[in-house]
Design a protein around this ligand. Structure first.
Ligand code: 6R9
Length: 657
């Protein structure tokens, strides 16, 4: 099981200590009916995208987007600047909504929505078209037009998707901010983007409570110098919502009263579509910019390929629209494909821990896309919540956001997927716009915890500290060597940071910020963020492998591993774990260390292990190792904590020192 790594502190490559031998071939049913149904088909697509990219993408764009005016050049690439489908005119909202109505599919259900309290709504594509047009008309009335930035700070209601699409309809740029961020974070984002309009709701339901969103927005608006108007959706009711005369207007007054006839505006391919702020590891969040045509095509095609889209699917992505996953795989990807999407407003454990499974059963969900953090929570809550429900409608499962530890993968596969559903472990980033590496469920044998292979058009490369390509069986920095349609077009207002962050390590190539290795079968394994690598006596270890070894212990639920300064070894390994039903005495800690030693070797054995009731996570569910590094080293917390889901979790860890 273990390898004997050499001292590689100079080369910058990463030791690989965990081996995973299980392989799950695709079920025959998939191979027969899949969108990509043979290895040969994939090979041909990948070869075409590599060897004749202009022809490949020209064909894709002509077939899968609507064009008001044709494009001339397919791609102009002058690193780091990419322009796709140059000179063409299209509209992402048209592609998502109007195209289906025009094609006679207006009566198909677009959104099946369920609120946390149990209220429900469905919208056909035709109804969605009307609602989006009304919202766009309201924007124009409020003085918002092409190129203006609209901040959206809303609960997961249909109006959130409507507000996004209405921006796309007129060429306004949306900046969705997770509902739940602080007033400070909203103001920072408003100011950085020079937002003109903010859309919010009176309140938000979360675990049965009402959070007063509008009050938070008011606090933010006091510090937002560019915002002129605030549009407020009534979601939770009650009449205490503070409204500022001349600035604030109700959705039901200005949107619902519109005729709903405004057509989608033909827009240049490179028209900015949205900004989405993602936390940098230090300093202020970056506004990642995506533009219209390339992003739209990438979102659609990756959705269809990876989720093996079929017309009768009931597709559910459990993400929030405040995350890139919600942008690409709740709104732009599935809707451009014309899919029926389930959208759920609330928490997975309200009113009880079986809420997701209840939703899957009642709506007969066929494709479920969620995050490892959710899977680990389900494992912790216990199988009995799953066992109550009939999940036989499911045919495909997806994972995104972090590496999924092999044991969590196995549970997801067996318990949720009944052993019959392939799992697509999708690796990508806000910056990449859509999925970059993932199994294709009809053809790719899966290995737990590997995101397997690049999608057609994705050219990954693994390099060392100096930017030289390394033997990819050793880990190194993951780069993408060629442009792809969905790539970011910049960091809003900060060109220098854009170049420095993504294009300076290996000139002309996109640096992902992740480490990865590629095995003999050409399968990629993401080894975590470059900044998270632990250097023990000259051996560079990836966090995910040590974490996976811990999680493979039957009483460990989640694990986060970080390096802390050590005089002797450079860094020592500190682990934070959450457990299920076992005494957490010294005996147990000893057993855990032994377990890791047995799984992956003495080198990777944690020096200290702390049992905790929770780990600090971002709102999209990623473990924040940066904060844990500070806790482990006994340092003050530094850098941006605005994306932290639960400040209490970190306070509790600090107290327990
Ligand atoms: C979509 C999204 C991006 C970072 C990325 C990587 C981690 C995402 C992953 C994964 C291992 C996967 N990540 N998916 N790591 N396996 N399947 O998450 O975007 O929020 O920008 O985060 O998330 O570290 O670099 P974003």
């Amino acid at each position: 099981m273990t390898s004997q790594p050499a001292d590689n502190s100079q080369s910058g490559s990463i030791d690989h200590v965990l081996s995973e031998d299980r392989v799950f071939p695709p079920p025959a049913e998939f191979t027969q009916n899949a969108v990509i149904s043979s290895v040969q088909q994939y090979d041909e697509m990948a070869a075409a995208a590599r060897d004749t990219p202009d022809e490949f993408w020209r064909q894709e764009a002509l077939e899968h987007l609507h064009w008001f005016e044709p494009f001339s050049d397919v791609c102009q690439w002058d690193a780091p600047d990419a322009k796709w489908f140059v000179g063409g005119k299209t509209n992402a909202c048209y592609n998502c909504v109007d195209a289906h109505v025009e094609a006679g599919r207006g009566d198909k259900t677009a959104i099946i929505w369920e609120g946390e309290p149990g209220d429900a709504r469905t919208l056909t594509y035709r109804e969605l078209q009307r609602e989006v047009a009304k919202c766009a008309e309201a924007y124009e009335q409020l003085g918002v037009g092409e190129g203006d930035v609209v901040s959206i700070y809303m609960p997961m209601t249909p109006e959130l998707a409507i507000a996004m699409l209405a921006c796309a309809r007129i060429g306004a740029i949306h900046s969705v901010i997770f509902a739940g961020f602080s007033a400070e974070s909203i103001a920072d984002r408003n100011n950085d983007a020079s937002a003109k309009l903010v859309i919010t709701s009176d309140g938000l339901y979360r675990r049965g409570k009402v959070l007063p969103l509008k009050e938070t927005v008011d606090e933010a608006l006091a510090k937002s110098t560019t915002v002129e108007k605030c549009l407020v959706l009534r979601r939770t009711g009650g009449d205490e919502t503070p409204m500022t005369e001349g600035r604030d207007v109700w959705w039901h007054d200005v949107v619902d009263t519109q005729p709903g006839e405004l057509a989608a505006k033909p827009l240049d391919s490179e028209t900015p579509l949205f900004i989405l702020y993602t936390s940098g590891s230090t300093g202020k969040p970056k506004g990642i910019l995506h533009t219209t045509a390339g992003y739209n095509l990438w979102a659609r095609r990756t959705f269809e390929w990876v989720f093996d889209y079929r017309d009768d699917d009931i597709y559910w992505c459990t993400a929030d629209c405040g995350w890139i996953t919600g942008h690409s795989y709740i709104v732009y990807g599935p809707m451009t494909a014309g899919a029926t999407c389930l959208m759920y407003e609330g928490a997975p454990n309200h009113p009880a821990e079986d809420r997701f499974w209840d939703l899957v059963e009642r709506h007969k969900v066929t494709v479920l896309y969620t995050a490892p953090t959710a899977v680990r929570a389900f494992i912790k809550w216990g199988d009995e919540h799953v066992d109550k429900h009939d999940l036989s409608s499911l045919r495909l499962l997806g994972s995104v956001g972090e590496g999924i530890n092999p044991e969590a993968w196995m549970w997801y596969h067996n318990k949720i997927g009944g052993g019959r559903c392939p799992i697509v472990d999708t690796w990508w980033q806000t910056e990449t716009g859509g999925i970059m590496m993932s199994p294709l469920p009809g053809i790719t044998p899966t290995k737990p915890s590997s995101c397997t292979k690049p999608l057609p058009g994705v050219m990954p490369k693994i390099v060392d500290e100096l930017g030289n390509e390394v033997d990819s069986e050793h880990g190194g920095k993951l780069c993408i060597s060629k442009p792809w349609p969905g790539m970011l077009r910049g960091i809003w207002g900060d060109r220098e940071r854009f170049i420095e962050q993504y294009f300076s390590d290996v000139p002309g190539q996109y640096l992902t910020g992740d480490n990865a290795r590629c095995d003999r079968d050409g399968y990629y394994w993401i080894m975590g963020r470059i900044d998270d690598v632990i250097n023990v006596s000259g051996h560079r270890l990836s966090t995910i492998e040590v974490e996976s070894a811990l999680v493979s212990h039957p009483h460990v639920c989640e694990a986060a591993v970080v390096g802390r300064p050590d005089d002797l070894k450079g860094q020592a390994i500190a682990a934070f774990v959450t457990t299920t039903g076992r005494d957490t005495d010294d005996e147990f800690l000893k057993e855990l260390k032994q377990h890791v030693r047995k799984q992956i070797g003495a080198l990777a054995q944690p020096d200290d292990i702390r049992i905790t009731s929770g780990l600090p996570k971002t709102r999209s569910g990623k473990i924040m190792r940066r904060l844990l590094r500070d806790v482990a080293a006994g340092r003050e917390l530094v850098g941006d904590t605005s994306t932290l889901e639960d400040l209490a979790s970190i306070a509790q860890l600090q107290d327990s020192e």
